[in-house]
Design a protein around this ligand. Structure first.
Ligand SMILES: Nc1ncnc2c1ncn2[C@@H]1O[C@H](COP(=O)(O)OP(=O)(O)O)[C@@H](O)[C@H]1O
Ligand SMILES: N[C@@H](CC(=O)OP(=O)(O)O)C(=O)O
Length: 838
């Protein structure tokens, strides 16, 4: 490196800093000036500044070249580019605008000549001209940056990298001729001894002296190649995000900035699509141990990401995730392949010869199939090449053929911490399964630093977010829809509103209310709705309710988990559960229709839950917020045997019989209960016992009995004659209930008993609902107000049954029961992914 000038040694730590600015940091004159301030050399140090074209300029040049090659009119586009550079020059150059404009115009004139020649050039010549045209943006931005830094008077030289960077295409991409480049640089340095240099990114020259480029987004690579040639001590790539993030922030808004990465981690992330770094960026630095920082030019006070040999140990074994889009799977199958040596060799040789590069390989241990993932545009070519190579084997039947599947992408999880750490793949697969993502192929590099899976392109965002959350990198996001903003729904929304922030912070679960519906209206929101005000969105202006559209919106493709909370009492809504659960939407409800309705529909719902990996939770259908179903489930899951369930399952009927002591007629109490809002508007809905029977059916099914409503012997407290009357008339004739009820009370008392409304399920499966005379020591005789009580008699709790008792009605406690289920699902998602409570 004799050509590198001997630099002042006063600050050895900052001997030569190389800064690279991407197009995003050079959008206009203001941004270029800000970049120049960031690149100002440290005291006693020297700077090399590598620039990309101004934002959008390369795209414009590529388009312009295509127009010119096709014989179209490229002059308006050429003028627009010149005007854009002029505009920036006027804002930047200050006193020496003339020189800068002249320099830019010389570049523009060369571009003009190249574009003019393109239409008439041979194929080879056209390619060479195009390479020159594509690099024009960097030539101009380097002049602009040079001026912004003060130009020659401030000690800055401007380097056209085509004068020094000698590269040639090779089997594995662009290869730099380091010796030739160093020699060219030495010659250039002899003519440009300034301490500081502004260099063009992206462009280079071939060994025979033609202009070329390093490929789209290649300026990162230019920067590190030049860092090596200039013997830089450190490189900073300035961009428009805070550093390398744990995933593409446009797909995962919760992505976090990684403070440090090893070279190997950075390579893997870049190779698998992290656009912030060009895949070839790292190699020139790794060879020399030069550290690289990725920093935000818009927020220079943030520290960014440091990339060096050590990296940093992180909490999660996976540091980051990335996606390569537009991929395809090629699968060679055949029973005659097992144990035959050389199959893989033939396959990959065929792909190699066809110029198809392979991103991922996976082979079943049975050797029955080999599958590889390639770029979609190369896939058909790849298939033809493999079919050709195996033509004899296909004709002979040893190989079935080559299957091609497109519409895929590859998701890669990357981290040094994965090496030797168990359960990483399991966590990834589990996270993806939870988010309903089907995996087409899997590969793990022998380095164990990367696990890649091929998945459907349509699942990309959802998969990325689910995997991101699965590795503790962000909270689990659940897309939530609430149906039925009546009393229970409203109470639930209020409860949600209070807890959502804490849940996100402490449990790592982000419940995002995105849809709300009543029986007639619905509102679907892209951003999270505020639970406190969501109900107000259901005014007349809201859309008509369409449950399928509602569910499709909740099950957003980009969010990993979906949940519908049905607070309606509608059978039409319950009829949708099967579809929703099968589609992977968790369902939580206090609606009894699904659990107690038609048995075959119920069985299908249970089955759909399994297919969809979803959960169906309905604790609030029985006993509102009381832990009734969970208790029963725990008893059975721990191996206990159920002998009987006795319960007071209606808060209304409990209140009536708790209050009915003969001092007031029964009808008086019914009227009072109605006035207090304890009964349904038509008290017969409670007195018929049907609602209680539904709850008993739900409990029986939970206990594994295939019971239906018709199997329950239900005693209605409404005399036959009053059942079909209009409500008014029924209420007028309510006193007809009194004499028979008083007689039952007297008879019970004569035996030292009292009356309660009881639901009972016997061991043999008999189920009944009605008024029973119970001894004074029965648990149901010791209830208050609207208490519900459920008594489980089991093998373990035989002598002294297990009792669950407490308020079993009212919007607040019912909503709390629903909320408990919502939380159970949310916590399971958090726990499944290993999230720790803070
Ligand atoms: N893992 C990631 N970390 C950071 N940024 C990423 C990642 N994946 C994709 N990106 C995207 O890369 C963009 C920066 O890359 P690029 O367009 O090459 O910038 P520049 O123009 O500065 O060279 C960011 O704006 C970001 O949206
Ligand atoms: N200007 C070139 C090279 C480059 O790397 O640009 P950027 O740093 O803005 O990604 C391109 O757009 O491909």
């Amino acid at each position: 490196m004799s050509a590198v000038p001997s630099l002042p040694q006063s600050n050895p730590l900052s001997r030569l800093q190389l800064h690279k600015f991407g197009g995003t940091s050079l959008a206009d004159a203001g941004r270029i000036a800000a970049a120049a301030r960031l690149a100002a050399p440290l005291a006693g140090g020297a700077s090399v500044v590598v620039v990309s074209a101004m934002r959008g300029v390369t795209d414009a040049l590529v388009a312009l070249a295509a127009v010119a090659r096709g014989g179209g009119d490229w002059t308006p586009g050429w003028r627009a580019l010149q005007a854009r550079h002029h505009e920036a020059a006027h804002a930047i150059a200050g006193t020496d605008t003339g020189t800068l404009i002249a320099r830019l115009d010389a570049e523009a004139a060369a571009l003009h000549a190249d574009l003019g020649a393109l239409a008439f050039a041979t194929e080879d010549a056209a390619l060479r001209l195009s390479e020159r045209i594509w690099g024009h943006g960097e030539l101009c931005s380097a002049w602009l940056m040079h001026a912004a830094l003060g130009g020659e008077p401030a000690g800055w030289a401007r380097l056209d990298a085509r004068d020094v960077l000698v590269v040639h295409g090779s089997e594995i991409g662009m290869h730099v001729d380091r010796e030739a480049s160093l020699k060219c640089l030495a010659g250039w340095r002899a003519r440009h001894p300034q301490a500081h240099v502004v260099a063009t990114g992206f462009v280079a020259r071939t060994p025979d002296g033609h202009a070329t480029t390093l490929g789209r987004n290649g300026s990162d690579h230019s920067a590190t190649l030049l860092a090596d040639l200039f013997d830089a001590d450190a490189v900073t790539i300035w961009t428009d995000v805070d550093g390398v993030l744990s995933a593409d922030p446009r797909l995962v808004p919760d992505a976090v900035c990684l403070s440090a990465l090893s070279y190997a981690e950075a390579c893997e992330l870049a190779y698998f699509g992290a656009k912030v770094l060009h895949p070839r960026t790292i190699a020139p630095l790794q060879a020399r141990g030069i550290p690289l920082s990725i920093r935000n030019a818009l927020a220079p006070s943030t520290r960014g990401t440091r990339i060096d040999a050590q990296g940093e140990t992180a909490r999660s074994p996976v540091k980051g995730l990335s996606i390569v889009d537009d991929m395809a799977v090629l699968e060679l199958t055949g029973s005659g392949m097992a144990g035959v040596p050389g199959v893989a060799e033939t396959l990959f040789a065929a792909l190699h010869a066809a110029g198809v590069s392979v991103t991922m390989i996976s082979q079943g241990s049975s050797e029955h199939s080999i599958c590889c993932v390639v770029r979609a545009p190369e896939a058909a070519r790849g298939r033809a090449a493999i079919e050709d190579a195996f033509a004899d084997a296909i004709a002979g039947g040893q190989v079935e053929g080559v299957r091609l599947e497109t519409g895929l992408c590859v998701l890669a999880a990357v981290g040094d911490g994965m090496v030797g750490s168990q359960g990483v793949a399991a966590r990834l697969f589990d996270g993806l399964a939870q988010a309903r993502v089907n995996i087409r192929a899997i590969a793990q590099g022998a380095s164990e630093r990367n696990i890649s899976v091929a998945i459907a392109q349509d699942d990309a965002t959802r998969a990325l977010r689910a995997a991101h959350a699965a590795f503790w990198l962000s909270p689990q996001t659940v897309s939530v829809g609430v149906i039925g903003p009546g009393n229970v729904g409203r109470a639930l929304l209020a409860q949600l509103s209070e807890v959502i922030p804490a849940l996100r912070a402490r449990a790592g679960v982000d419940l995002r209310l995105r849809a709300i519906a009543s029986s007639r209206r619905m509102h679907l929101g892209d951003a999270a709705l505020d639970p406190d005000t969501a109900g107000a969105l259901l005014g007349d202006h809201a859309d008509a309710c369409d449950l399928d559209a509602f569910a499709a919106h909740v099950r957003a493709d980009h969010l990993p988990h979906a949940m519908i909370v049905d607070c309606s009492a509608s059978d039409a809504v319950a009829a949708k559960y099967e579809d929703w659960l099968a589609a992977g939407i968790h369902v939580v409800t206090p609606n009894k229709h699904a659990g107690s309705g038609d048995w075959t529909r119920y069985a299908r719902i249970v089955e759909a839950r399994v297919t969809g990996h979803s959960r169906f939770m309905y604790e609030a259908t029985v006993g509102a917020g009381l832990p009734v179903i969970v208790t029963l489930r725990n008893l059975l899951d721990t191996g206990d045997t159920l002998q009987a369930i006795d319960g007071m399952l209606s808060g209304t009927l409990a209140w009536l019989f708790n209050s009915f002591d003969g001092s007031r007629p029964f009808s008086d109490l019914v009227r009072e209960a109605r006035a207090l809002g304890y009964t349904e508007p038509d008290p017969r809905d409670d007195l018929s016992g049907l609602d209680v029977a539904r709850k008993l059916v739900i409990l029986a099914r939970e206990a594994g009995r295939p019971l239906s409503l018709a199997d329950v012997a239900v005693e209605s407290l409404v005399p036959e004659a009053l059942r079909e009357l209009p409500l008014d008339e029924f209420l007028q004739r309510l006193s007809e209930l009194d004499t028979p009820m008083q007689a039952r009370l007297d008879a019970a008392r004569a035996q030292g008993r009292g009356l309660r409304h009881i639901a009972r399920l016997e061991a043999g499966g008999d189920a009944s609902v009605g008024v029973r005379a119970l001894p004074a020591d029965h648990a149901c005789m010791h209830t208050r107000l609207t208490d519900n009580l459920v008594q489980f008699t089991t093998a373990r709790y035989a002598e002294n049954p297990l009792v669950v008792q407490g308020p079993g009605a009212g919007p607040q406690v019912t909503a709390a029961g629903v909320f408990g289920d919502v939380l159970a699902i949310a916590h399971a998602l958090g726990a499944r992914t290993g999230w720790r409570h803070a």
